[in-house]
Design a protein around this ligand. Sequence first.
Ligand code: GTQ
Length: 352
Amino acid sequence: MNDSLGRLEDLPADYLLELKARNTLPLWPSLRAVLPYGRPSRSTRPAHWRYRDIRPQLLRAGELTPIEKAERRVLVLCNPGLGLESMRATATIYVGLQLILPGETAPNHRHTPSAVRFVVEGEGGFTVVDGEKLPMGRGDLILTPPGLWHEHGHEGRGPVIWLDALDLPLVYGIEASYAIEGRPQAVDKPIGWGGARFRHGGVVPYRSLDAPREPYPLLRFPWQDVQRALGELAAVTPRDEAVQLAYVNPETGRECLATLGFSALQLRPGEELRLPRRSASAVLHVVEGSGTALVDGTTQRFETADTLAVPTHADVLLANASGTASTYLFVVDDAPLQRKLGIYEVLSSSAR
Ligand code: GTQ
């Protein structure tokens, strides 16, 4: 390995000024920084956001800022290693906790970034996506694919809070992020429209075989279905294997969105699970239960509704704190993006 590349200081000052005047830079002093040997350099830290600490601040936002002054009343979970202003949980993943109070509406808009909601607490919330009204129950995953109109409302009592995950850092980073505001949508599909046609594993509407593929046939994935499916998988999965299910587009069997991937992971009672080291970054959200996460040597004790950041190439060891109940995690990662770029890797889970 050549560790003796020339440094900036090795070059004459007048030469550097000439380069600067021409908007140019020598590569070699920075080559190792942008192409480090063996593994990427990462600023993302194994961060932990405790719901118990953030929830009161979110409710306070509900008192301080009327929805009209916020449009989206969100506290963004910012990875301290990436700078709080950059609004990133990992290099590619934005996550926030959004609060909506009874009777409020978060107005209709659409934008280039992809978004999903994962419901944390409360009853009576809903999102309208592309003319379909999607009820929000705890643990439900709702997709807001790029370019589709979406607005939120709340017909129940008490606060409704959900986790937003967006590929905003990515789309903003490539200078392609923008939104369009719209008038309230006309709901033009019956309740349960996507689910009735596409939610049942292995069967789809017969006529869809002749029609062009719908890019986003299913927008809502109820938690009770996912939890039941995990339970069935757990019963046939050896103790040392992960009980993990990917949310997919039922027409293609592939990831729901182009950039971000979603999965649900069950830690059985007493289970300790080492995740394979992967090139993708991830955000883990605790649906239910408690435990510890050892991420690149940093130990976090997590509880229900907490959220954790996992950098690219990280070592992850998860342990369920309970010997009698399962712990459930919702996982967002950027593996779909990395697969499309041809750079996705599952590395060995042994220490480096
Ligand atoms: O609910 O549409 O957290 O547009 C950030 C941007 C939520 C939303 C966010 C958004 C939304």
